[in-house]
Design a protein around this ligand. Structure first.
Ligand code: ADP
Length: 319
């Protein structure tokens, strides 16, 4: 009988539970045995592995976080350490693994696949920065969490006629900042993929104020600079009353949106479909609303790029 394991790794994301549930239920539906590896790659090398039944994934589809826990495990980059993890799978007769995580986790998955475990990656990260899928699991939920915060901040920004600077997650990728900025009607969006010109931002705010604009929202991705730094930089050019909000880890939590639950359910099941057909070494994704698979090599070949048309639109709509 085929035996499949599943783990979650790296930064957690809402919808990971829905993906775990899908992998487990689809595997059992296909007549396979399925195992949960707890604490990501750390649990794999520590032999923290348990067989899962249908009931083990009951009542989790609506929960944020990950029931399997996640961990960072830098030593997994060492082949001898990975070998220990591989042995822990093989001694149970497990030959296939689904890794739910971001691109760091995919690198570990690629190595495991080369070293004899059939591995499929499922994109679980709020950053939406993985090639081979239009959306990652968790992005939509984090986006809506940010939008909710922006709407609330806008109320007080309007009452007090202030400029608010809202710092959102995104060290290397500006998708959350861009989408939240468009959806929240931000006047300025600062993303790592584009050069930041604070003087130009200051001039725009000043021009807006002289037209009678009472408040302004700036969304800055953490990879560009902190909200506090952004305020300091602005005040070098204009006399403006700013308030800074750092949304922080609240962006990672919360119940997954319907879109994330459906995405996770589709991708988790598709990963099992591929393993059933002895296909491995791929990351699954949703492209143009169709299931797709992209080899790990191809996923890593190019840098993630921002949606330029959306970025341009954000500028046109915030004049
Ligand atoms: P994410 O998956 O969210 O991008 P990380 O970048 O922290 O998160 O990666 C998660 C884990 O994946 C790391 O702690 C490590 O165990 C594993 N990993 C990352 N890069 C590699 C690599 N080059 N080789 C093997 N394992 C890796």
């Amino acid at each position: 009988m085929k035996k499949i394991a599943v783990l979650t790794s790296g930064g957690d994301a809402p919808g990971m539970n829905a993906a775990i549930r899908s992998v487990v239920r689809k595997s059992i539906f296909e007549g396979f045995e399925v195992y949960g590896v707890f604490q990501g790659y750390q649990g794999l090398i520590n032999d923290n592995i348990k067989q899962l039944e249908l009931g083990d994934v009951g009542d989790i589809i609506q929960r944020g976080g990950t029931k399997l826990y996640s961990a960072r495990c830098p030593e997994f980059k060492t082949p001898e350490v990975r070998q220990k993890g591989i042995e822990n799978l093989k001694k149970r007769g497990i030959d296939s693994l689904v890794v739910i995580g971001g691109d760091g986790s995919y690198r570990g998955a690629q190595r495991l696949n080369e070293e004899g475990i059939n591995t499929i990656g499922v994109p679980g990260t709020i950053d939406n920065d993985i090639n081979g899928t239009d959306y990652t699991i968790g992005f939509d939920t984090a986006l809506n969490t940010i939008i909710d915060a922006v709407d609330r901040i806008r109320d007080t920004a309007t009452s007090h006629e202030r400029t608010f600077i809202i710092e959102v997650m995104g060290r290397d990728a500006g998708d959350l900042a861009l989408w939240a900025g468009v959806a929240g009607g931000a006047e300025t969006i600062l993303i790592p993929e584009s050069k930041t010109d604070i003087k130009a931002v200051a001039e725009r705010i000043e021009a807006g104020m002289s037209r009678g604009k009472k408040h302004s929202i700036i969304i800055v991705a953490e990879g560009v600079m902190s909200a506090a730094e952004c305020g300091d930089e602005l005040r070098k050019y204009i006399n403006v009353d700013t308030r800074e909000s750092v949304l922080g880890h609240m962006q990672r939590g919360g119940k997954p949106t319907g879109s994330d639950r459906v995405l996770a359910s589709r991708l988790g099941a598709y990963a099992v479909d591929l393993l059933k057909d002895n296909i491995s070494g791929y990351a699954v994704g949703l492209e143009k609303n169709e299931m797709s698979k992209t080899s790990f090599d191809e996923v890593f070949q190019k840098e993630h790029v921002i949606n330029e048309k959306l970025y341009q639109l954000s500028k046109e709509l915030s004049i």
